[in-house]
Write a protein that binds this ligand. Structure first.
Ligand code: ADE
Length: 242
């Protein structure tokens, strides 16, 4: 039996109707989360892709816990994370509605200095964790297919994670100063990245930009979440799993 692909999002809207499209689903409740397991394509057929989807809830601990369960209990062969993010690139080329595919992830709120260098993951000796090239290429293609006909663009680059919703020009500026190559900020990706790195499991992340992590973000994010997040997730995941 082929190992399943794990699909994660932080909030239900961010994974759209994916769980309800899974064939022969079984739902397992572990640690207050529902893991829906099944296949895309014809069950038992050559085109069948086994998947497990879970809404992790928000933040790095929730994401790390869910990723660990996907790996250890469900034996996933990869983890794909989909959802929203705030744009933080200094060039402001990353606009609301665009999609960012992570090339690397880092925890912007991790700071064990002076014991370890600022932002470095203690005892792993790395700061930025690379995503899987093949799965990122698949997500890029699915993102491009999903936004075809719109003015949105797909970008690839560094995504930052931290246990904070970034919602002020000064906080956005501080991230830009410390991470000049970062394109987007969210609250889970680098936690999934660390768990996958430690287990030797490939992972990839696609984030639609819902806000610019500035003073408007408190308004832009919930509006985007209610109106655009689910259709976007559906377009991306339908392109990935037709
Ligand atoms: N996810 C979407 N927008 C975000 C922001 N501004 N900060 C953190 N996570 C986000």
């Amino acid at each position: 039996m082929t190992a399943p692909v794990g699909i994660m999002a932080a909030l239900p809207q961010e994974v759209g109707d994916f769980a309800s499209r899974i064939q022969s689903p079984t739902v397992t409740k572990i640690a207050r989360r529902h893991y829906t397991q099944g296949v895309f394509g014809t069950p038992g057929g050559a085109d069948a892709t086994p998947v497990v989807v879970c809404v992790a809830r928000v933040g790095k601990v929730a994401a790390a816990s869910t990723a660990t369960t996907l790996i250890q209990k469900f034996g996933v062969k990869t983890i794909l994370f989909v959802g929203l993010a705030g744009g933080v690139d200094t060039a402001q080329a990353v606009r609301v509605g665009d999609i960012v595919i992570a090339s690397h992830v880092a925890q912007h709120d991790l700071n064990a200095s002076p014991i370890f260098p600022k932002h470095e993951i203690p005892l792993l000796g790395i700061t930025e964790i690379p995503t899987d090239a093949d799965w990122s290429a698949k997500l890029t293609q699915a993102a491009q297919d999903g936004i075809a006909g719109s003015t949105a663009q797909v970008h690839t680059g560094l995504i930052l994670s931290g246990d904070q919703f970034i919602n002020s020009a000064s906080a956005q500026q501080a991230l830009q100063t410390q991470w000049p190559t970062a394109l987007a900020v969210e609250m889970e990706g680098a936690a999934v990245g660390q768990v996958c790195y430690e287990h030797g499991i490939p992972f990839a992340i696609a984030r639609t930009i819902s806000d610019r992590a500035d003073d408007q973000a408190n308004h832009d994010f919930p509006t985007f979440l209610e109106t655009v997040a689910a259709p976007r997730a559906n377009a991306l995941l339908r392109a990935l799993f037709p």
